[in-house]
Design a protein around this ligand. Sequence first.
Ligand code: SAM
Ligand code: SF4
Ligand code: SF4
Length: 337
Amino acid sequence: MKQQIKDQINRPLRDLRISVIDRCNFRCTYCMPADIFGPDFAFLPKSELLSYEEIERVARIFIGLGVEKIRLTGGEPLMRKDLPILVEKLSAIDGLSDIALTTNGVMLPKLAEPLKMAGLNRVNISLDTLNDDLFGEINGRGVKTRPVLTGIKAAQEAGLGVKINMVVKKGLNENEILPMAEFCKNEGLELRFIEYMDVGSTNGWKMDDVITKKEIYELLKENYELEHTGAAYFGEVAKRYRYKGTNVHVGFISSVSESFCSSCTRSRLSANGQIFTCLFNGNGHDIRDFMRAGASDEEIRKRVVGIWNDRTDRYSDERTAETIANRKKIEMSYIGG
Ligand code: SAM
Ligand code: SF4
Ligand code: SF4
């Protein structure tokens, strides 16, 4: 029997994002800049990561509290060994309607099929340009687009739902908006334009670098006829449109220019077992050490209820020069997007 809980702003708990690893095979300039996440960067040792049994246990408790959707992320989640085993454990939990994954896609040719077999429903694959040189520059590792495109094909062939995530940053890839839109439309792929966000404190974010949803939308409208389609469910973060005469959608995650905190139903579990109630909150709530010290399911459940009930986060609604400069924020690679 599910218990429904709401936070202080009356938002129900519905989604859980789980970061399974803080490492990544890319060094995207807007997420893990190579000059900071260099060869000597201290990633978490294995003993600090939640084990699959621990993740399953926490997920079961969250699902009992109303969570219906889980997304696995990172770091690069496909770098965590034997990920299909975790997906299989999660998909066996009663009450979960959707398991999704966000990935840079390069390991999908090997993993798409076993992940689908284990119960994964959908993947969001990140791709910010179709230009090989620019892509290599953005991912900080010189990787060309081919491995990602092959990963997209592998996910489609495995029968997974596929969406593409494109972060748009001024001066970096705004010229790629139309080529990416055209490519995804032709391939029948839903593209999600993501506004460049001030997550963490290492990417040197400036408001001037943001290309807003409105700017991207206006550009698309000059080239395509778009029809607005309403939110599929409470808390859906993307604003979605359909290319007229097709069944292909395009979406916008406008976290900076049009915040959506009033319908934010999302909690996050970091790779080292801390619960974050907002992407921009620097203070996690430990659950790993509590669990390892012998807490019962009921004690963990009470702790989670307390954390969610006390939640007042609405960072994007309140974003100001002061919060951008002074608020301590967790890095994206720790809790995923
Ligand atoms: N490594 C996987 C990937 O890249 O898809 C999963 C983790 S990544 C942190 C999750 C998503 O966050 C990706 O779609 C990525 O493009 C996005 N992201 C990373 N840094 C961002 C930023 N500063 N602003 C907006 N989105 C960002
Ligand atoms: Fe890695 Fe994803 Fe961050 Fe790029 S966006 S550095 S692929 S975690
Ligand atoms: Fe949710 Fe925080 Fe994002 Fe607002 S800023 S939508 S509260 S994660």
